[in-house]
Design a protein around this ligand. Structure first.
Ligand SMILES: [Zn+2]
Length: 561
């Protein structure tokens, strides 16, 4: 594999030759990282599983900085995916500065992003999928673990139709879901009707009869192997997202149901049991132990990009990252209804190295054409790196929190710990599209309300417990809620009610449990929340400032880890 040093030498030589810099580096990257190299794979066995997850409606290549803080608790402490930066690189034997270091970790992100450029794009994904299908005719199965329909301007404006059409065109063969449900029951049913492949959610039942709302299992035959794919939706959808959007549907981990689905699939003759799950990685690691007989567990929700398969007993766990950055390929050999051999690669989609698929590129252009003006509108510029992912905060969240404070005239602001949203490099323009990539949800009202110090503490404690409960089956959401105008100390290993201490206003004044504060926020799960859509709040702020600078700050002090 090419190292950054090799790459720089090529760059320097080329630059010297042509007497230029800048674009030369990217040209060299394109040459050095080839499509053929990204596709290189020595096939194994009869079946090739292709997997991606958490695309969050990103049709276009982007930059996405992986987390630099991702703490594991309980039995997950110190295990992937709870390794970041240099520690992550060391664990997986990846070289600092390499293309893989850029794709998989936060290490040296800004500098590497300039060299290696954007990653992803569904037209690049289509190229790779078609190439593998051509190489392995009759043996491939393409599976999506969900969070596909939400996260962009075009998905919001088309009520996710763009993504359903894109996935049909890509030839996805099964999916499960989470954010999909935030389009509401009627729209979900309508879109499922347009899908050319099954929407599998075995753990969603109706509240009245407790009957399954969607199919749980689909069967396929590939390379002479009978494959059952079982879908597991995000178990805490009505907790992490508004329950009023899906009042008749009940969710849950329901691992007894999963066991029944596995056993039923075996009874119907399945040689290979594949689960497409949106549980999140730590939940899936536990479920792989609780439920017997899952051969391959394709996980989603927590956005982890893990370069190797994680084995739990006889179950192979695959975590394929997010935002269309990666396509996972897992080849398996199946004998006597058991996996006897496998080979895996999580392929980063370096956008400059892959020839876009013409058909998908044309589709994407058609989807975006009516929205070009809004997407490309330049609102301002950023001086620093803007990113979101991380347990306690990100600079893009700081931007949103600052916008909420100033535009809504509040003392404190709260922004949810979502894991989706593209990153921007220092000096980049901030466009309309960039704002929507961080905010495009179906319940965007930016509220302004009065909260007691006690309520604020309870909110932080609640969210912290959802993230740091030592039993992953109780982990119910995203990262920690982001705060503006507030600082606090957190001890993740403590119990609920005692993790959060030393809450202070920006002035340094301590938060008083009995006092009332003006709080602005967005993405409330309560029905009837009022306020302007958050994208207007953030757009107005950026337009007013023209240049934003959100330096890395530490309003959250982490202790005890
Ligand atoms: Zn999710």
């Amino acid at each position: 594999m090419l190292t950054r040093r090799d790459f720089m030498q090529v760059t320097a030589a080329t630059a010297a030759l042509l007497g230029g810099t800048g674009g030369i580096a990217q040209a060299a990257a394109r040459q050095a990282l080839t499509q053929a190299e990204l596709l290189a794979f020595k096939p194994v066995g009869q079946v090739t599983l292709l997997h991606f997850t958490d695309i969050h409606a990103q049709l276009m290549p982007l930059k996405f900085r992986e987390p630099s803080v991702n703490l594991g608790v309980g039995e997950a402490a110190g295990l992937p995916p709870h390794l970041t930066g240099r520690e992550f690189l060391g664990h997986f034997g990846l070289k600092a500065g390499s293309p893989e270091a850029y794709a998989f970790s936060s290490d040296d992100f800004t500098s590497l992003a300039k060299d290696y450029g954007r990653i992803g794009g569904l037209d690049r994904m289509a190229t790779l999928v078609k190439a593998v299908r051509a190489e392995r005719p009759g043996k491939t199965l393409l599976i999506d673990s969900g969070d596909t329909w939400q996260g962009s301007y075009t998905s919001l404006k088309t009520d996710a139709e763009d993504m359903v059409d894109a996935m049909n065109l890509l030839g996805v063969e099964a999916m499960t879901a989470h954010w999909e449900f935030t389009y509401g029951e009627a729209r979900v049913k309508e879109l499922v009707g347009k899908m050319k492949f099954p929407f599998l959610c075995g753990n969603v039942v109706d509240t009245e009869w407790e009957e399954k709302v969607f199919e749980s299992t689909a069967f396929f035959e590939r390379g002479g192997v009978k494959i059952a794919v079982i879908g597991q939706a995000f178990p805490y959808t009505p907790v992490a997202n508004p329950r009023w959007m899906m009042p008749k549907w009940s969710f849950g981990i329901r691992d007894d149901e999963m066991q029944k689905s596995v056993d039923a699939a075996r009874a119907k003759g399945a040689d290979l049991i594949v689960v497409a799950s949106h549980n999140g990685f730590d939940v899936d690691r536990k479920m792989a132990r609780q439920v017997k007989g899952i051969d391959v567990l394709l996980t989603g929700h927590t956005h982890d990009a893990i370069p190797d398969v994680v084995k739990v007993g006889n179950t192979l766990l695959v975590a394929s990252g997010s935002h269309g950055k990666f396509l996972a390929r897992l080849d398996v050999e199946v004998k006597d209804r058991k996996v006897t051999d496998f080979k895996f690669r999580l392929i980063p989609l370096f956008a400059d190295a892959i020839t876009p698929d013409a058909e998908m590129a044309a589709f994407i252009a058609k989807v975006r054409a009516p929205h070009e003006a809004e997407l490309k509108k330049v609102l301002g510029k950023t001086e620093g790196l803007l990113y979101r992912r991380g347990n306690f905060g990100g600079t893009f969240d700081d931007l949103i929190c600052q916008a909420l404070l100033e535009e809504r005239d509040a003392q404190i602001s709260l922004s949810p710990g979502f894991r989706w949203g593209a990153s921007l490099l220092p000096g980049d323009d901030i466009t309309g599209e960039d704002i929507y990539n961080q905010t495009a949800i179906t319940y965007p009202a930016a509220y302004r309300s009065q909260m007691s110090g006690q309520l604020l503490k309870d909110i932080l404690e609640d969210v912290a417990d959802n993230l740091f409960h030592p039993d992953p089956y109780y982990q119910q959401g995203g990262d920690m809620v982001r705060v503006g105008g507030l600082s606090y100390t957190i001890d993740p290993k403590k119990e609920i009610g005692s993790r959060i201490t030393d809450m202070r206003l920006a002035s340094g004044e301590g938060i008083d449990a009995a006092k009332t504060y003006t709080v602005a926020g967005w993405a409330s799960v309560n029905q009837g929340t009022e306020g302007p859509p958050v994208w207007d709040v953030v757009s107005n702020y950026v337009t007013r400032k023209q240049v934003v600078n959100l330096p890395e700050k530490s309003v959250v002090k982490v202790v005890g880890v």
